[in-house]
Design a protein around this ligand. Structure first.
Ligand code: SF4
Ligand code: SF4
Length: 445
């Protein structure tokens, strides 16, 4: 095993960021000392199968990566949070768990958002992360299972150049593939056999928290866990596309203060003082003297339960209101004032968990299946590697148009003194374009 310092440097050099969607640079997490390392194998979002597939394919690499992190952080043990009904992945992991019991499985129920770090830490350790806090506050480090697999490679000098991507929804051939970072959405649409209908939009990520893709010629990021093709008239799509101004207008007249959004809010259930119904009453307030129901925007995880499930009858979105409030507060230099440390979850925590089948039915996702098969490693002829889809400072190119590259060559890096990451050539070829947002490489074969 490498020393702590060398491990951190290797993880930074390998360009590893949270593969679950957050894109937070992983080397920073390894700088801490903790009690427990938790691997997030919950595949939080419905329809996605990337984490599950990789746990079956690369179970040993997950354990190896966890052992690297346990060693670097001085943790006493590791826990893999995994859905109990992922029988294939559970069986694969059971075969490679260390005999000394230092890493265990924790089987999760099939609910959303079981992969939210706050909920996952509570489920696996019984500890509640304080308001505005992070897992480190309760002695825990959490990373996605694929991130741990990348760590296992990273300490041996292999950088992040590819990732598992679920192609689901209205494709002719839904499947899970591994693709070079920067493979274009258009190329992956072809891999999935094109669309099964014409009127679709693409979402990068899961249906609940993923973002609509405007440019299908752009390339996938290190955080792209899935690409979903959904009909334009799907409820989720309509809600994602609803402009904020329209939402605010409707909220003023249509919110009946039924409390349902607060009742189902997962962060509220953990004991945090987040009451979306009360925040909906503040829409007319200005921000000169923000009340607690406005600054509670800092406590919202943007999980979408309030918008897509609780308020499906009125089609209002506390989530969007919170996002807008947060943006304004940050712009005004207001910092999160909330720091309550709940000692127990709210009564009804178990009863109010949102079962995935219910969520799928309510959002029109039933029928897209839950488990997709792994089919292939995609070989891309051209990649457009995004330089700014991680937390921290964007990466700056260190190559020029016309440069010949081998796979894994470093092509861009965030400034050393800033939070950020490093990018590598995901295919061998020639740099054919550089913009502020991406580096394009055209393959040599
Ligand atoms: S669920 Fe909808 S209508 Fe009910 S309080 Fe929340 S935002 Fe208002
Ligand atoms: S998006 Fe809605 S349900 Fe989710 S944490 Fe925020 S307020 Fe709660």
């Amino acid at each position: 095993m490498l020393s702590k310092d060398k491990t951190i440097q290797a993880i930074r050099n390998a360009g590893i960021v949270g593969a679950g969607g957050g894109g937070f640079p992983t080397y920073v997490k390894l700088q801490s000392e903790v009690d427990t390392v938790v691997a997030n194998g919950s595949e939080c979002e419905p329809i996605l199968s990337s984490d599950r597939t990789m746990m079956v394919k690369n179970a040993k690499a997950l354990i190896d990566g966890m052992q690297v992190v346990i060693n670097a952080t001085g943790a006493k043990h590791g826990i893999i949070g995994i859905k109990g009904h992922y029988h294939d992945a559970v069986d694969a992991l059971k075969k490679v768990l260390p005999k000394d019991g230092s890493i265990k499985l924790h089987l999760l129920e099939n609910y959303y958002p079981a992969g939210d770090e706050f909920l996952l830490v509570y489920e696996t350790t019984g500890k509640i992360i304080p308001e505005g806090g992070i897992p480190l506050n309760v002695g825990v480090v959490v990373s996605n299972v694929i991130t741990f697999m990348q760590i296992a490679d990273g300490v041996h000098g292999k950088p992040v150049t590819e990732r598992a991507v679920t192609l689901a929804g209205e494709f002719n051939k839904p499947q899970v593939v591994t693709a070079p970072i920067g493979t274009t959405y258009n190329d992956l649409i072809k891999v999935a056999g094109g669309f099964a209908r014409e009127d679709v939009i693409l979402i990068d990520g899961g249906p609940m928290m993923g973002k609509i893709v405007d440019d299908w010629n752009a390339g996938i990021a290190k955080t792209t866990s899935g690409i979903l093709a959904l009909p334009k008239d799907n409820f989720i799509v309509r809600m994602k596309q609803k402009p904020l101004a329209q939402m605010v207008r409707q909220s003023k007249s249509a919110c009946c203060q039924c409390f349902r959004c607060s009742d189902l809010c997962p962060r509220n259930l953990l004991g945090h003082e987040l009451y979306p119904h009360a925040t909906m009453r503040t829409i007319d307030y200005n921000l000169t003297n923000p009340t607690k129901h406005i600054t509670s925007a800092f406590l919202c995880s943007q999980c979408g339960v309030c918008e897509l499930v609780a308020c499906d009858f009125m089609m209002l979105s506390p989530r969007k209101i919170y996002a807008a409030y947060r943006q304004e507060l940050v712009k005004k230099g207001v910092r999160n004032p909330h720091n309550k440390k709940p000692v127990k979850v709210r009564e009804g925590f178990e009863m109010r968990k949102l079962a995935i089948p219910t969520l799928m039915k309510k959002t029109g996702l039933t029928g897209y299946g839950e488990k997709l098969e792994y089919t292939q490693d995609v070989a891309s002829k051209i990649v457009r590697i995004p330089l700014n889809k991680h937390a921290g400072a964007p990466a700056l190119p260190i190559v020029m148009v016309g440069d010949k590259l081998r796979k894994c060559d470093v092509i861009a890096a965030s400034p050393e003194d800033k939070l950020g990451t490093v990018y590598h050539a995901s295919i061998a070829g020639t740099v054919s374009a550089i913009t502020q947002d991406f580096i394009e490489i055209t393959g040599s074969r």
